[in-house]
Each structure stands twice: as structure tokens, then as C-alpha cells.
Design a protein around this ligand. Structure first.
Ligand code: SF4
Length: 361
């Protein structure tokens, strides 16, 4: 297979993106006339930034590793039995020592933060029920949002008015729709950078630097664990092998976005609509039962009939995703290549991806 070299502009690759975003970390953001200056950090898709902003804080989603990690830095958590992503998010939270919201969506995310928290009063643990197809679980999730709101008010925030909630929800919904509409106009790596920018500044960056993938390259789905900054090189390896990621179904990708917020429901009860959109529709791997994950995958495969295969990525010690591999192989008709992430895997990854593409060509 002929190889091509993809050159992304500065600002879309590793350290420059992270540095640019870190510079913005302290800049106030303005949402419908409200100047938000104090950050509340979070990392989970189940923590709605709308709810944080409605309490007068600047929601700031932590990027998976803002710094160029050394191979040794990647391998130490692996040796200690920690998922490198969870260890990385916890380390960044410990470093910031500011208000941080964690969600207990897996054992590793429950465990990793405990070792780095310096000031427990600045940390909020949000309990996300794994079971979800019953009214009690919905009510519980909404009560956790209410508990989070009370915590934010105790930390100096303001109680949200309905009008304020509505304007903030509309703003975030418009941003997500803009990102979705531009998804086909830029490659997956650029889409990740634009999404990260949105979840850290509340605004979508202009599209002019975002590159399209070559239209003749092989479309693939990337599925699996959270990605660290160091793992984003896999997008380049896929492109260099003559393919591209048409759907990013990793834990930080478009699979974990809430459904579109409904204007009528927002008018009636904005908090309830927020809870429904986030809790009921994100097909996360930790849900029990997790049939919604497979329904989402089946629908994605049917809708994107041009997809040729799936690259399935797992972090070391990510038992949630590793346990899904046998079921994925029997439930999904597309060929699947399992690519373990982590410090020792980088060198052989490109060769395996190239061999996979030759097999499905
Ligand atoms: S990659 Fe897996 S183990 Fe790590 S935080 Fe995500 S779900 Fe948990």
C-alpha cells in the first residue's frame, strides 16, 4: 500500500496545541454577558459543563496530558497497575489544586485521584450509577447534579436562574452542533483539537487550519479506551498507513457526546433536560447492561457503510474495554484490530496497522 506523509499545521499536533490551550486556561470566558473567570476542572463526559457554567464558574475539561510525556513517565503507572490515563488526569488535578469534579465511571478513576488530592474540600466526587434503564437511576443522577450545584454554591458560586440556564444550554448546544457540522471538513486529529478547545474555552475555533483527510484513504472507526496526548500519534500512524479515522468512538470522542438538547424540554425544566440528555443517551462502556454501546456501534456501522474496519485501542489495566473484545468480535461484522496503548506499544503499532490495512484492502 502506498504510504503518504501527513503534515499537520503547528497548533494541531501535541505540545503546541496543549501549550496554546494552557495559555487560555486563565483567560475569562464570556457566556451571554456572564464573565466566568474561576475554573472548575473536570474530565468525565457525564459532568455537564453547562451546569458548572450556570453556577458562575468556568468549566475546564482537562486534556489527557498537556505535556510531552517521556516513555518512562508513561511506563511508571503501568508498572504500578494504574491506567496511565487515569493516573495522568489525577496528576494534573493534583498539580492544579483547584476545584475538581471527578466521576466514578471506572475503578481506576475512583482510585487514582485519592493519592494526589491535597485539599479534599476542593474535590467533588460525582457518583454515576452504572445501571441506567430504570427511573430510580435517572432520579439519582439528577440528584447528583443537584448535589454538585450545592457544592459549587458553597465554593462561592451562584444559584442558576432558569433564564441563565437556558442561555448557557443553548450556547453549548450550538457549539456542539457547529462541531458536528464541521466534522467532515477536517481530519479526526483536527476535530479532537477543535473539540478540546470548545470544552476549555466555550467557543469553537475557526476551521481554516483544519486539514481534511485524503478522500481516497480507507475509512476506519477508532474505538476503545480514553486517549492520552501521547496516544494521539495513532491518528498520524493511521493516516501515514493510508487510512483515516472516520468515527472517533473512543471514550473522549463523539460517541460520548450527549444527545441534542430539546428546546421545548429546556423551557419546561432545564435541569431535567440536561440530566436526560447526559445520563440516558451516552452509550458508555461502564453502563450495565451496556447494550446501548452495541446499538450505537451497529447504527454507526450501518449509517457509515463505507467503513472498512475498526482499530480497537485499550489502555494497560483498562479491564472494562478489554473485557468487551470477544463480544465485539462476535457482534460487529467489520474486521477488528486490537492495538494496546502504553509505553511499550508505540514501535510495533505502525507495522500492525499497515498489515491490517493490507489485509482488509
Ligand atoms: S481508559 Fe479505561 S481504566 Fe482508564 S480511565 Fe478510561 S475507562 Fe477507566
Amino acid at each position: 500500500m502506498a504510504k503518504k506523509t501527513v503534515t499537520l499545521p503547528i497548533g494541531w499536533r501535541g505540545q503546541p496545541v496543549a501549550s496554546a490551550l494552557q495559555q487560555k486556561e486563565q483567560e475569562p470566558i464570556n457566556i451571554k454577558g456572564h464573565n466566568l473567570t474561576k475554573n472548575v476542572y473536570y474530565a468525565s463526559s457525564f459532568v455537564p459543563p453547562e451546569w458548572i457554567a450556570a453556577h458562575g464558574f468556568r468549566p475546564y475539561r482537562i486534556l489527557p496530558d498537556g505535556h510531552a510525556a517521556s516513555t518512562e513517565a508513561i511506563r511508571v503507572p503501568e508498572r504500578e497497575g494504574l491506567c496511565p490515563y487515569a493516573a495522568d488526569i489525577a496528576a494534573q488535578a493534583g498539580h492544579k489544586n483547584q476545584i475538581m469534579v471527578f466521576a466514578n465511571t471506572c475503578d481506576q478513576m475512583r482510585r487514582a485521584p485519592e493519592s494526589v488530592i491535597q485539599d479534599p474540600s476542593r474535590t467533588f466526587f460525582m457518583h454515576i450509577p452504572a445501571t441506567w434503564n430504570n427511573p430510580e437511576a435517572e432520579t439519582y443522577y439528577q440528584s447528583e447534579l443537584t448535589r454538585l450545584g450545592g457544592y459549587l454554591e458553597a465554593m462561592g458560586g451562584s444559584a442558576p436562574s432558569k433564564e441563565n440556564m437556558l442561555s448557557i444550554m443553548q450556547r453549548y448546544e450550538a457549539g456542539r452542533q457547529e462541531l458536528l457540522a464541521s466534522r467532515k471538513s477536517c481530519c479526526a486529529r483536527a476535530h479532537i483539537a477543535r473539540t478540546s478547545h470548545f470544552y476549555q474555552t466555550g467557543t469553537c475555533p475557526p476551521l481554516h487550519n483544519a486539514l481534511r483527510s485524503a478522500p481516497t484513504s480507507t475509512p476506519l472507526m477508532l474505538l476503545g479506551s480514553h486517549l492520552r496526548q501521547a496516544d494521539l500519534a495513532i491518528f498520524d500512524q493511521i493516516e501515514n498507513a493510508g487510512a483515516h479515522v472516520a468515527i472517533d468512538a473512543t471514550d473522549g470522542g463523539e460517541r460520548e457526546w450527549p444527545r441534542a438538547l430539546q428546546p421545548q424540554n429546556m423551557q419546561t425544566d432545564p435541569l431535567h433536560e440536561l440530566a436526560q440528555a447526559y445520563f440516558l443517551t451516552i452509550p458508555a462502556v461502564f453502563r450495565r447492561p451496556n447494550d446501548a454501546l452495541y446499538q450505537w456501534l451497529q447504527q454507526a456501522v450501518e449509517t457509515h457503510s463505507h467503513l472498512r474496519g475498526i482499530i480497537f485501542v485499550t489502555q494497560p489495566w483498562c479491564d472494562l474495554w478489554k473485557a468487551e473484545l470477544p463480544r465485539l468480535q462476535s457482534a460487529i461484522s467489520l474486521p477488528i484490530l486490537h492495538v494496546p496503548l502504553g509505553g511499550g506499544a508505540h514501535e510495533s503499532r505502525a507495522t500492525r496497522i499497515e498489515a491490517f490495512l493490507e489485509m482488509i484492502a
